[in-house]
Write a protein that binds this ligand. Structure first.
Ligand code: ADP
Length: 374
């Protein structure tokens, strides 16, 4: 199997590939990329390099993805020449472009925050009128290319929102969205096989700081009707987009509804805890689905899990000290230490959420994370 991109997700796929009978070739931009260490083979090139992508598709049966910063038109052209992408370029549209996601999901009746899509200067007058009805200044999102909160702006007033929206429009479409009251944020990881079977993982709470996920907690802090609604929506979305593989749906829990924030059509940060905490990890299930095999069970093997991301501060801490904290699993992504970069994560699984929380954070701090407990 081929993977476009060689970041930490491809690296963690590589850790489990042989267990599910898959040989992995990654498309890496350099021999130092995170996944090169765990992959069987490497093709060097960028995700939008036609010759490299074609080569990857020739030396493997199926190609999947480590990130969504891809050129959909190029993928479609290569698919027409015989390259097999799973998920398909048609399915990937929903995670590559937030404006496609918002407009197609609202047309299909899925619950979303109220939004306005700014495509050209001609829409600016309509936007000004639309903004007037909002209770507060809206959130602005670049339709393409944003991740970990990059590309998301929170203007402090409506006039500032209009100025910033006009500025952002120069680089592409903008999703302008009502700022919702967040009780919490939860994520649903689902996996769909090529035959259309869908399994869901237990729902988790994602804890954000500065628009970036810093911690993931299983079980989610919501009641069973809400969990069931999240499973139901996640399953419907998987069918709607024509998913093959793993997908994460991020939701906003608001006082009146569960709203869809966004989708990632790949293994996701909110599912890292499944490596130690579930019968089949999200990485193994992604590889099983994409390679056309039956799915593995998605039940939790623990009653609680806490995962904390390690993001580089100015100076590194000690990986050894991080590993010495009792009862934690430390995942080092093998990347050079750089401020602001996701360098690894720590997971603690067991019975007592409070104790797991303390352990996971103690370990992540020893490792040198810059993230703060929310
Ligand atoms: P990214 O794609 O970069 O992860 P998101 O669209 O998920 O960006 O936004 C990042 C975070 O910003 C969310 O997890 C949430 O905490 C906050 N946020 C985004 N949109 C809204 C909104 N409409 N109302 C309130 N908070 C929001």
């Amino acid at each position: 199997m081929g993977v476009v991109g060689a970041g930490q997700l491809a690296r963690m796929m590589g850790d489990e590939a042989h267990d599910v009978g898959v040989e992995l070739t990654v498309l890496a931009t350099s021999a130092q990329d995170s996944a090169v260490e765990t992959a069987d083979h490497v093709v060097l090139g960028n995700a939008d390099d036609e010759a490299a992508l074609w080569q990857l598709s020739r030396v493997t049966d199926v190609v999947t993805f480590d990130h969504e910063l891809v050129d959909l038109e190029l993928l479609e052209a290569l698919a027409a020449r015989g390259a097999v992408f799973r998920p398909s370029p048609a399915a990937l549209r929903f995670s590559v472009d937030k404006s496609v996601q918002r407009s197609e999901f609202s047309a299909a009746g899925f619950p979303l925050p109220r939004h306005f899509i700014l495509r050209s200067d001609d829409d600016l007058v309509g936007l000004e009128v639309w903004i007037r009805d909002l209770a507060t200044a809206p959130v602005l999102k670049a339709a393409r290319g944003g991740y970990d909160g990059r590309g998301v702006l929170f203007p402090s007033s409506k006039p500032e929102a209009l100025t910033l929206a006009r500025e952002m429009l120069k680089s592409g479409h903008v999703v302008v969205e009502e700022r919702v009251t967040l009780l919490s944020e939860v994520a649903q990881v689902v996996v769909r096989s090529i035959d259309g079977d869908v399994l869901t993982y237990p729902l988790v709470t994602t804890v954000q700081s500065d628009a970036m996920c810093v911690e993931v907690d299983f079980p989610a802090d919501v009641d069973e009707p809400l969990r069931s609604r999240a499973r139901e929506l996640g399953t419907a979305l998987a069918h709607h987009v024509g998913l093959v593989g793993v997908m994460a749906v991020e939701y906003f829990v608001t006082p009146d509804a569960l709203l869809i924030n966004e989708l990632a059509l790949r293994p996701h940060n909110s599912g890292h805890w499944t490596i130690e905490g579930a019968t089949t990890s999200q990485f193994a299930n992604h590889l099983l689905a994409v390679s056309g095999q039956g799915l593995g069970p998605t039940d939790a093997t623990c009653t609680a899990a806490v995962m904390v991301n390690v993001v580089g501060a100015a100076t590194p801490g000690s990986l050894e000290d991080a590993r010495h904290v009792e009862g934690v699993h430390v995942h080092d992504y093998g990347k050079d230490w750089r401020s602001g970069r996701k360098l690894g994560h720590v997971t603690a699984v067991g019975d007592d959420p409070d104790a797991l929380h303390v352990r996971a954070w103690n370990s992540a701090r020893a490792y040198g994370t810059t993230t703060q407990e929310a």
